[in-house]
Design a protein around this ligand. Structure first.
Ligand code: NAP
Length: 311
């Protein structure tokens, strides 16, 4: 028996045709609204909100198989009330996102974008001993706000650069501490002592706006903020103000509150490296994310437990 499923059209080239043989697929692109009908599964991109109305319009739905580790685009309460399972794609994107985080740390610390702009502008007049001086990483402190899969993967790369690691998480991580020398601290100490603060917590009611005017003021003068988690962890207006004042040394961002729109003050702010949400964007990782999402659908429709449920 084939099952009627909705799958994001943008995944088509990433999926193996052999994975799709038992499915009657309706491809929906990101700009199409979620339709009403008798589909039993949906595989949405994280840009598609799946809330109470969408779930009501899909009364036969059994699973939302999100193609991301974050699932803040799904109303979990509404899904649970309707008995709809929600799955994500943890693990497979950890290394890709950790590497991208390091790309932002290095790009902000060593002023890569300003250097590229200078060369391209034709205004570069040659080597100068005080040109584009950046932050030496060795001996500095990296503070991880959130130390799950990705936060720890970022921290495990830190000893190679000679950085001390602090982290704030709800629970201690003894293996991570043993392997890296990382120290668990409260958020106040993390902000006060870190030269680089990197965000790796999910978007939840507790973490929304956790980086705001107050917490930015508690960061060291000249410190760098990196966000490859979710945009709404940061109050963007306050971040732009901290960069304009020169209190923060730089910001490296992959995610934004209202993607793909970016706060105009942030766009204009100095010392920013702004990426278009490409944390997991390697071919291998994106293929694995798509494959896991469809494997979750097939498991559930085949009467088996989901592989990677979010609750
Ligand atoms: P994870 O393994 O679930 O780790 C999340 C971490 O956040 C855990 O250490 C957790 O603490 C901590 N945390 C949760 N609430 C917190 C709070 N209120 N205060 C402090 N720490 C808190 O998730 P992951 O796989 O590392 O992914 C992290 C996030 O990265 C995802 O939720 C997603 O939004 C984002 N992401 C972005 C991209 C991208 O393309 N830029 C790619 C992948 C993921 P405990 O361990 O103590 O529970």
């Amino acid at each position: 028996m084939t099952h009627r499923v909705l799958i994001a059209a943008e995944l088509r080239n990433l999926l193996e045709p052999s994975q799709l043989t038992d499915l009657d697929i309706t491809w929906i692109s990101a700009d199409q609204p979620t339709p009403k009908g008798d589909w039993v599964a949906i595989v949405p991109l994280l840009s598609r909100w799946v809330g109470g109305t969408e779930l009501k319009n899909l009364p036969k739905l059994r699973i939302v198989a999100n193609v991301a580790v974050g699932y803040n685009n799904v109303d979990l309460v509404a899904a649970e009330m309707r008995g709809v399972l929600v799955t994500n794609t943890p693990g497979v994107l950890t290394d890709a996102t950790a590497d991208l985080t390091w790309a932002l740390i290095l790009a902000t610390a060593r002023r890569l974008v300003e250097g590229v702009d200078l060369v391209r502008s034709g205004r570069w007049t040659g080597w100068h001993p005080e040109q584009l001086l950046g932050l030496e990483l060795r001996g500095r402190t990296l503070g991880l706000l959130g130390a799950g899969r990705i936060g720890q993967a970022v921290g495990r790369r830190a000893p190679a650069f000679g950085l001390r690691v602090l982290y704030a998480a709800r629970t201690p991580k003894p293996d991570f501490e043993r392997d890296t020398g990382a120290i668990r601290v409260d958020i106040g100490r993390l902000l006060a002592e870190s030269d680089i603060v990197s965000l790796h917590a999910p978007s939840t009611p507790e973490t929304k706006g956790i980086i705001n005017a107050d917490t930015l003021a508690r960061m060291k003068s000249g410190a760098i903020l990196i966000n490859t988690a979710r945009g709404d962890l940061v109050r963007e207006e306050a971040l732009a103000a901290a960069l304009e004042r020169g209190h923060l040394g730089a910001a490296g961002l992959d995610v934004y509150t209202d993607e793909p729109a970016i706060h105009p003050r942030l766009l204009a702010a100095p010392r920013t490296v702004l990426l278009p949400h490409i944390g997991s964007a390697t071919a291998e990782t994106r293929r694995q994310m798509a494959a896991i999402a469809v494997a979750n659908v097939e498991a559930v429709l085949g009467g088996k437990p989901p592989l990677t449920p979010v609750y």
